[in-house]
Write a protein that binds this ligand. Structure first.
Ligand code: NAG
Length: 383
């Protein structure tokens, strides 16, 4: 005899019939909704994206930072020989420095954004790049207006450069994991195309990286795509291709994340001839997947990759990273004009123009002076 089902079991079954499809619907809606973010096609420029070239110079105005001196003394005592050797050394040195203008130009793209480390970073990177011949520096700032204070620093280096204003679209800024630097690199790609740059090499070098100068001579003659290790990345403190018998066969990176090309932004260079073959190449606004998607968009194949840095045994670039705290607010309640009688007037204004700190009359840490070991209000000098 079959026992009749109790009414409560029947009710449960009915409930399931309603609840299960409802849950499935939720999952589908969630997937569709999420997919929008990740699988959207990204045109090179969004509709509201613009290429704003703020300042530009194509003239190399660099002067050597240090006097040219022979590296080693000769052993002979004969003065004329010594002199000749000195001359020889000098010529050799200059020949190393002097390029004949046929070498491929390195277009280094540096996204930057307003924060208190911005200026120090740009100064440090600029002074590194001063040593690299045949280089064009594209500095793309994450702001909607052109930063003149930034330009006054960039142009001092004498390096041929282009300064862009390339703000991240607001819709992405609202995300918790905002894709920083993407609008900047896309603007730089756009500039390269618009200016018909079809020879040379493209390199994405961030302002918080440290570069060994050797890196630039390694990447200058990149045929298609070159790759090399980047120090201080992730839980291995390194991200690098795995090289066997002089060929890239895989990758070593502590964040695989299903990426086909698990490399750091500073870990590859692309020749512009090769880039020109993919007119729709772009970088998506997808945090963590910028490198992977960009390299997919240029149709990269494993056999196209040239390992650099002695078959990826040397570290020529580091992700030093200087993630800082917020710019502090300094409270100065007295008339600031008066401070112009001291160095503090000009000094604090300069810091403020660089976004390093803010001055407020009513908030923040009160500015005080120390005189003979005791704390005084700033008005001390004016009383
Ligand atoms: C890289 O490895 C290959 C194969 O072992 C070798 O022929 C080549 O000389 C190496 N390159 C460098 C720069 O050491």
């Amino acid at each position: 005899m079959v026992a009749a089902r109790s009414p409560s079991v029947l009710r449960q079954k009915k409930m399931l019939k309603i609840v299960v499809p409802f849950l499935l619907l939720l999952v589908v809606v969630f997937l569709v909704y999420n997919k929008e973010d990740y699988e959207k096609e990204y045109p090179l420029l969004l509709e509201n994206e613009q290429l704003v070239v703020c300042y530009e110079s194509n003239i190399d105005q660099r002067r050597p930072l240090y006097a040219i001196a022979p590296l080693s003394e000769t052993t002979t005592d004969e003065s004329s020989t010594t002199q000749r050797n000195h001359q020889h050394h000098r010529q050799q040195f200059q020949q190393q420095q002097l390029f004949d203008g046929t070498e491929p130009i390195i277009y280094i793209v540096t996204p930057t954004y307003p924060r208190r480390e911005q200026f120090p970073e740009i100064i440090r990177l600029g002074q590194t790049l001063m040593h690299v011949p045949r280089l064009h520096w594209i500095v793309a700032d994450d702001t909607s207006s052109c930063n003149a204070a930034l330009n006054s620093h960039i142009k001092k280096f004498g390096i041929p450069y282009t300064q862009l204003a390339s703000p991240m679209p607001e819709m992405y800024r609202a995300r918790k994991n905002a894709p920083r630097g993407v609008a900047n690199r896309r603007a730089a790609l756009h500039w390269i195309r618009q200016n018909q740059k079809k020879t040379g090499v493209l390199y994405f070098g961030d302002d918080d990286n440290t570069f060994d100068l050797k890196l630039f001579s390694e990447i200058r003659y990149t045929k298609k795509v070159s790759m090399f290790p980047v120090g201080l990345i992730g839980d291995y403190a390194i991200s690098t291709p795995i090289v066997r018998n002089g060929r890239v066969e895989g990758f070593f990176d502590s964040w695989p994340a299903k990426r086909k090309w698990p490399v750091d932004m500073a870990g590859f260079a692309v020749s512009l001839e090769y880039l020109a073959l993919s007119p729709n190449a772009t970088m998506p606004f997808k945090a963590g997947y910028e490198e992977d998607e960009f390299l997919k968009s240029i149709g990269l194949k494993l056999e196209d990759i040239e390992p650099k840095a002695r078959n990826c045994t040397e570290i020529l670039v580091w992700h030093t990273q200087t993630k800082g705290s917020k710019s502090p607010t300094v409270r100065i309640s007295m008339d600031r004009q008066k401070l112009n009688k001291l160095n503090l007037g000009a000094l604090l204004s300069r810091l403020e123009s660089m976004g390093v700190n803010h001055i407020s009359e009513s908030e923040g840490t009160t500015a005080q002076a120390i005189v003979n070991g005791s704390v005084k209000p700033l008005s001390f000098w004016f009383s």
